[in-house]
Write a protein that binds this ligand. Structure first.
Ligand code: ADP
Ligand code: MG
Length: 238
């Protein structure tokens, strides 16, 4: 089955046409990475998939369901942001529980899911701490944990590593790859970092100025870039 399908998706802000004719199908367990320079529309595309922005045209399908007009909370997605977006007044446990409480999950289910996520992310010692008492890497793991406990059909990541230093960036990247294998979920990941794209992706989607330039596996794009832009972006020496 298809986890995500974008059909001729358009997005404009006033006169500015940001996303143009986006067509894409993503398979169930696929790790798909959108790359492209700053301002090319990566965040806007994720926000349209999440429902945080309405598409100006076209259709968004998640798990075979047309969600183009569905509110974010009902799309079966979890999103992880660059800025973590944790609640400062809640401890780690509270941050992970909030979305589940709002969805009306039972206390026992919430506790079990938090325990599982905390174990996967080695967050057990920090459950009673608030975000201000954590390092950047720990905060991002909490944000990932909060995404996991909701058991989404689709994970959306918007440059989740860009606020971390180089060593943590690599460690967290490896962790995300492991979670992808363990959860068997579909992940849609945005970055402007070619190393992240090349190491994480099953397929890479290269965006330029709101359009898809090329879609393919890291090796396909590296060995057979469609044009100079893709070649330059993915760094194959030519
Ligand atoms: P990226 O994430 O690839 O850096 P964005 O999706 O954030 O790019 O932005 C793509 C373009 O859309 C930019 O030109 C940006 O200024 C514009 N844009 C994004 N959000 C809005 C908005 N809410 N209103 C107007 N323009 C926007
Ligand atoms: Mg962005």
């Amino acid at each position: 089955m298809t986890a995500l399908k974008l059909e001729n998706v358009q997005k404009s802000f006033g006169d500015i046409h940001v996303l143009k004719d986006i067509d894409l199908e993503v398979a169930e367990r696929e790790f798909i990475v959108f790359v492209g320079p700053s301002g090319c529309g990566k965040s806007t595309l994720l926000r349209v998939i999440a429902g945080l922005e309405d598409a100006s045209g076209g259709r968004v399908m998640i798990g075979g369901r047309d969600v183009t007009r569905t509110p974010p909370a009902k799309r079966g997605i979890s999103m992880v942001f660059q800025s973590y977006a944790l609640y400062p007044h809640l401890d780690v446990e509270g941050n992970m529980a909030l979305g589940l409480r709002q969805a009306g999950e039972e206390r026992k289910v919430i506790a079990e899911r938090i325990a599982t996520a905390a174990s996967m992310l080695s967050l057990e010692p920090y459950l009673k701490r608030r975000p201000a008492e954590l390092s950047g890497g720990q905060r991002q793991r909490v944000a990932i944990g909060r995404a996991i406990v909701r058991k989404p059909d689709l994970f959306l990541f918007d440059e989740p590593l860009s606020n971390l230093d180089a060593a943590l960036r690599m460690a967290t990247r490896v962790e995300i790859a492991r979670l992808h294998r363990e959860l068997g979920a579909c992940m849609v990941y945005v970055t402007h970092d070619q190393t992240e794209a090349m190491t994480l992706a099953d397929r890479i989607v290269v965006l330029r100025d709101g359009r898809i330039e090329q879609v393919g596996s890291p090796m396909e794009l590296y060995n057979d870039p469609a044009n100079q832009f893709v070649a330059g972006f993915l760094g194959s020496p030519s």
